[in-house]
Design a protein around this ligand. Sequence first.
Ligand SMILES: *Cc1c(COP(=O)(O)O)cnc(C)c1O
Length: 244
Amino acid sequence: MTLLEERWRGVLDNMAEAVRRAGRKEGSVRLVAVSKFHPASDIAELCRLGQKDFGENYIQEAREKQAELSDLDIRWHAIGPVQTNKAKDVAGRFSLLHTLDRVELARALVRRLPEGASQDVLIQVNVGEEPQKSGVHADELPALFEALLQDGLIAADGAGLHVRGFMCLPPRCGEGEEARPYFVMLRRLRDDMEKRFGLSLPELSMGMSGDYREAIEEGATLIRVGTDIFGPRPVKGQTLLGCR
Ligand SMILES: *Cc1c(COP(=O)(O)O)cnc(C)c1O
């Protein structure tokens, strides 16, 4: 077994254990392997072992890997901030966009979607209200939903954007218990918004290498794990992410 396979299996084991500990249903959490800055060959190796969901932060890097691995059956997740002028490189090209945080981007995505196509998205919430992070602040969330609904930018089904839930990147990522209150906060926000707008928002994308067990205990349905699977990233990546 390669080191990569060993690490990946280790994460799957820990996930399953956290799911059991939380009394949740087997298979209720999906692992998104975050492959930013790691080579396409690593993605191909894991894909052959059965890992199908991969997350990338930078659209350009993701598009290059998509082209290189086009013969593999991969669900690509866009998990980094997206500039409005990059909407054309995202719309219809990712299985899930985790980082919708403004009406302007929603409008650009809808405009760039192929005729009749849909795009699943999550709304990123800046749970720590950190100025350097993207995401909508919790208290602005109702206004964002109202604007999206009013402008006809989101739909429950059919063509257009489908909001499936929420994503967060808590402050001081990597320190398990420190992140837990933010995970709880995201879950409650989800429950509130479902009630308030009569929407179904089943997905919660939360938890990274340092805190995915806590995230699972608090209701994550998608965890985004990079380092614990692929090993450390080149320094560049860590600086850009602003954590660890
Ligand atoms: C890089 C990144 C991850 C993975 O972080 P690790 O600590 O390496 O597991 C998860 N989510 C987002 C948004 C990221 O940018």
